[in-house]
Ligand binder design. Structure first.
Ligand SMILES: O=P(O)(O)OC[C@H]1O[C@H](O[C@H]2O[C@H](CO)[C@@H](O)[C@H](O)[C@H]2O)[C@H](O)[C@@H](O)[C@@H]1O
Length: 281
């Protein structure tokens, strides 16, 4: 049975998909929202409920859903907006055809097609590549002898992971990562058991603002209303750029700018199912 949706969120969802000519973008964070957090990022999977809800919504937002999908289907779009690098995100999420993909917090973009991932070419300058190499070496040095701490490599960033490290090793590794970022003039983003340091400045908020425009053009609409669901500190950048008419959902506990909160991935699935039901009317 589908989870109950709070009355204020239920009303916001009805307003989101109101058939007044605006496009609708349903944009979702991956880790902690569609896939529960696990120790090994390569083991992340959507839950059965989010997988089914994403695929059901995906069939409608492509505009080639069931014959009775209704007029709203043609102006709705789906996006996954993640800190993961684009290829990793595509592999983990298996997006429905037509979905937009934003990886590396906005540094990478792409689109799911019947032929697979259509990625916008991405390349660092030689100077950026040198900074990334220096950063990665500094993080590698920061985890030496620190059990459970490890470094994830991405095309434009390096990430210190501490989920399985003890408090003392975590504190020392995080301090070293912050120092490396400061020395190289880079921002350190502190997420759930991660410190992510990128050589390109991008945020999920900037990515969503760009997507809002792209979706309006793609759907032939004058405006786009956006729903965004996220669980981590980096998702606050996305919540911050959304406003009246948009729907912001924090998944799980913690301070947030979001207007609505749900408990977990199962509750996210219920929200997606409700949107699909509303689009199908
Ligand atoms: O923006 P997201 O889709 O939420 O991605 C953010 C980071 O997600 C991954 O790390 C997080 O999930 C891991 C697997 O559940 C978990 O082990 C880790 O502690 C979490 O922070 C990913 O590995 C990072 O690269 C992403 O930036």
């Amino acid at each position: 049975m589908s989870e109950a949706i709070a009355p204020s969120l239920a009303t916001a969802l009805e307003q989101l998909v109101a058939d007044d000519g605006a496009a609708v973008l349903v944009a979702l964070d991956f880790d902690g929202v569609l896939a529960p957090l696990v120790d090994d990022p390569t083991a992340s999977r959507m839950t059965a409920a989010t997988r089914a809800a994403v695929d059901r919504l995906g069939a409608h937002v492509r505009g080639d859903g069931p014959a009775d999908a209704g007029a709203a289907a043609g102006r709705a779009r789906l996006a996954f907006v993640s800190g993961r690098d684009l290829e990793d995100l595509a592999q983990r999420s298996v997006p429905p055809v037509g979905a937009y993909l934003v990886g590396s917090h906005g540094a990478q973009t792409g689109h799911a097609t019947t032929a697979g991932l259509d990625a916008v070419p991405f390349e660092l300058t030689a100077e950026q590549a040198d900074v990334l190499a220096e950063l990665t070496a500094a993080l590698d040095a920061a985890v030496v002898g620190r059990d459970g701490a490890w470094v994830q490599r991405k095309p434009s960033a390096a990430v210190l992971h501490t989920r399985t490290a003890g408090p003392a090793d975590t504190a020392a590794a995080v301090e070293a990562a912050d120092a490396a970022a400061a020395r190289l003039g880079l921002d350190a983003m502190h997420g759930k058991d991660v410190v992510e340091i990128a050589v390109l400045h991008t945020t999920k908020g900037e990515a969503l603002e760009r997507l809002r425009t792209v979706v309006a053009q793609d759907a032939g609409a004058s405006a786009t209303r956006v729903l965004y669901a996220g669980d981590d500190t980096t998702d606050e950048k996305a919540f911050a750029v959304l406003g009246a008419g948009d729907v912001t959902i924090k998944v799980g506990p913690g301070e947030t700018l979001a207007a609505h909160r749900v408990a977990d991935s199962d509750a996210v699935a219920a929200v997606l199912d409700r949107i699909t039901d509303l689009l199908a009317v």
